[in-house]
Design a protein around this ligand. Sequence first.
Ligand SMILES: Cc1ncc(COP(=O)(O)O)c(C=O)c1O
Length: 318
Amino acid sequence: MTSFDFAPLLAPGLPPPASKWTGFAKYNFTGGHNDADHVPVDELLKAATDVLAREGRNLATYGLASGNLKRRGARPKYIYTIPTVQNPTGTIMSETRRHELLRLAAAHGVPIFEDDCYADLIWDGRRPPALYAMSRHGGVIHIGSFSKSIAPALRVGYIVAEWDVLARMLALKNDAGSGALEQMVLGEFCAPHFDAHVPRLTRGLRAKLETLMDALNEHFGTAAEFDDPKGGIFLWVKLPDAVDTQKLFQPALVAGVAINPGAEWSTDPGHGKSRTRLCFANPSHETIRAGVATLAEVCRREFGVPDRIANVAQRARA
Ligand SMILES: Cc1ncc(COP(=O)(O)O)c(C=O)c1O
């Protein structure tokens, strides 16, 4: 029996079909996954039980009823920024720069879209004020997410903005509403637990980052350059210019190591060419060490670097 052909029904120019999911790589440094050991399962379980017993009948209705960068001469439509723990660099915009950005945006009448989804994951917990909070003239749309602080699979995030812009966004939201149960459970969990959960999570993330930086120093030596980020789940690594991380990707994957090539994470693909983004949150300490060792082997085989590992000269294999 021939299967139905959907292709002629699709508009031309659509992205190519997704490849079939075959599981994560053995050493997975891609994506924005979180640390499985720090999903607060027990507290979420209790929150789910409590809130369902108390408010489960509210699930009968849709939604959750709340009873209770510049071309010369061209003006950009909006500025998108991740000011606090940028993805992939992990940098935090200074307060002075925030003021300057707000001043320029107001002077040119350009709104700012502030994506603050990593702002909770700062090692010392001292996050600068949000652009939204600093803005005196409005014009900032702030979005946050529980994906990075609690669990990405919950699919709960939020927008803070003036009602006139929120009202226009809501009109475009045509999915009959977001799942209410996740929001109820999060509401139940966050009030008593969020403030204690986040420092536990960030301590675990910091420890994994140190393992990753140690492993890179051990296996790549001076061939891997990076800044020590102040928070988040990513390390933005510069390899020698001879390395093209898009060409490193496939042989690394064959060896079981999944990396994000830098060109996919930079507005300037040339800048990203020898860079890679490594997510350290989800792999275990052991996986991080073994994965970096394997990545160094593949990189040396393909590009001849690193040529010294633990200060011992290495010969590139034919
Ligand atoms: C900068 C940034 N914004 C948004 C998201 C997506 O967040 P959510 O899971 O809430 O859709 C990510 C996920 O990795 C991200 O890195």
